[in-house]
Design a binder for this molecule. Structure first.
Ligand code: FES
Ligand SMILES: [Fe+2]
Length: 326
């Protein structure tokens, strides 16, 4: 994990007003809760009193109430009420305060600040998520690997004609030109598949290759966009559950007709297609060992792996930058 980052970790629709949603993220059990008026809080799951899970609790006014003995915590995890001590208690309850996670939302996605201190800056995301012109549909799936494996799979251009030979990789284009990798800014890398049928020609180098209109962009720490065309985009965020599990959240965005109801139906169909492709990936990636990647591993890489190397190198640098700050 890269610390001191905003991670996309949940779809906003998964925490309804007045409800609690338990989840595992960053190897920790945590709880999201939303007040009746829509404010979102996020705290550790195990109640400070005797460890019951707040995931089974409920929202009371602006607080989350533990289901065991009714202790209440506010949106920042501060203990505000211990029923057994009575409403008249003037006791200092700071010993009960819970671990609290900073949260924010954009485009129906919940971002959590994963770091030790106060958040720095805003989450970096793709404009499509807040563009009201687009309709989208959301699906997700759990993979039994670290989220780094899922990210690297989405940057891998040479698996297409094999893993997806019946879907997006049809045509036996096994020879990979490049791929070209460019950095749009310090946080954002872009590449595109530029594959051809192998007729004995020499693959073009990365320098000779181009970024095509249909391209892949990745924003650290965990968001990806497949720009299919200006009217169709597939967004993914790779949710870190723990070292051996992750969730891939996939959204199909489109504005093909400009009529919301029709575009929504198209998005729904797009999600069905996304699921088929995603299952093809999952079946193979879940067999990769180890479950978590590092900059240098016991692998034998090829030129087509360049986007993966760029991703790993930057991730390493971001981890290092943080270590130097400590
Ligand atoms: S365990 Fe939560 S109030 Fe007792
Ligand atoms: Fe794939």
């Amino acid at each position: 994990m890269i610390k001191d980052q905003w991670y996309a970790v949940l779809s906003s629709h998964q925490v309804k007003n007045g409800k609690v949603t338990g989840a595992r993220r960053f190897g920790e059990d945590i709880v999201f809760f939303r007040t009746a008026s829509g404010e979102l809080g996020c705290v550790g799951s195990a109640c400070a009193h005797r460890g019951a899970s707040l995931a089974k609790g409920c929202v009371k006014d602006k607080n989350i109430q533990c289901p065991f003995h009714g202790i209440e915590y506010d949106l920042t995890g501060r203990c505000v009420y211990v029923p057994s001590e009575g409403k008249g208690s003037v006791d200092d309850y700071s010993r009960f305060h819970m671990k609290h996670y900073h949260v924010c939302e954009a485009g129906g996605i919940v971002f959590v600040w994963y770091g030790d201190g106060e958040p720095v800056g805003e989450p970096d995301y793709f404009d499509v998520i807040t563009d009201q012109g687009f309709a989208y549909d959301h699906v997700e799936d759990t993979w039994k690997v670290d989220y780094s494996r899922v990210i690297e799979n989405q940057l891998d251009v040479s698996h297409l004609p094999f893993v997806h030979r019946t879907t997006i990789g049809r045509g036996n284009k096994t020879l990979c030109n490049g791929p070209k990798v460019i950095w749009l800014n310090d946080n954002t890398l872009q590449t595109s598949a530029n594959n051809e049928v192998d007729e004995g020609q020499k693959p073009k180098s990365s320098e000779e290759s181009i970024i095509k209109d249909t391209n892949l962009t990745f924003k650290f720490p965990n968001m990806w966009l497949n720009h299919v065309s200006d009217k169709i985009m597939i967004l993914a965020f790779f949710i870190p559950v723990d070292d051996e599990n992750s969730i891939i959240a996939l959204r199909f965005y489109n504005k093909i007709t400009g009529v919301k109801a029709v575009d929504r139906a198209i998005a729904w169909l797009g999600s069905r297609a996304n699921k088929v492709v995603e299952r093809q990936d999952k079946m193979i990636v879940e067999t990769q060992l180890p479950k978590k990647t590092q900059l240098r591993m016991n692998e034998t890489l090829v030129a087509a792996d360049l986007p993966i190397i760029e991703y790993r190198a930057k991730r390493e640098k971001l981890k290092g930058v943080r270590d130097q700050k400590k």
